[in-house]
Design a protein around this ligand. Sequence first.
Ligand SMILES: [Zn+2]
Length: 265
Amino acid sequence: MAKIIFFQAHPDDLEHKCGHIMHYLATKSNNKYIIKIASMTKGEFGLPGAQYDKFKGDFLAKVRMRELFNAESIHGIPPENIEFFGYIDGSVKFNKEFIKKITVYLTRENPDIIFAPEALYTWYYHMDHVNTGRAIFYIIHNKLIDFTPILYFYTSLSPNFFFGFKKEDLALTYQLLACHKTQNWLLNYTTIPYKFTSRFAGRKIRGWKYAEPFRRVYFNKINLKKNKPSLIVRIFTHFFSKLPWFKAKYPQDILLELKNKKGRK
Ligand SMILES: [Zn+2]
């Protein structure tokens, strides 16, 4: 039985990036796979504006955990297969401590396949996402684990693998997104671009109208040059990295309280 780990920075990340492939792997592949989810944060600051400050922190973390459990139950993935890494929303850093924690986790779990947010060529420059992908890439590339899992990045500008789905399957995405009720303020705006980009990705493979795009990352020398994206992708990456992504002002008192709590543990 192969083990697949889906890494995410926040509790709603996987739903419209990997929802269809997860559903297939978890429900339609004759139980060939063990699916686990590794969530770096609990998304405890994921509400817009200071008027919601009183909900941010531990309270929102608990609500969003429940929302994630509900969404994953649609795939039949139980809460015990979901691990939270305890990082604070907006504070995932690429540093020694983070690398070590992920290395220990991967050594213990020994996955065959990993899905993670795109680290290098992405249109989604939220540092929680980028740093999660970067850490995984760094660990495999530098052989900090003694095996080489297959790595797929989602939110990539340079996809080379497409998982097809039908128009009627869009309902699955909407059902998954609807579980994340606290994120409606954001997710409601994503359905039209989602439909458009999935349709665009679907044109890349024969026989499917829609698709989820991924970038398979190669680590063996022969295929290494497949990792290099086109010039246009590199230009776009540069452009997207300069955008003011999620420069949210986290409520300092709650942030401090959470940091102190983590420090005491
Ligand atoms: Zn996210």
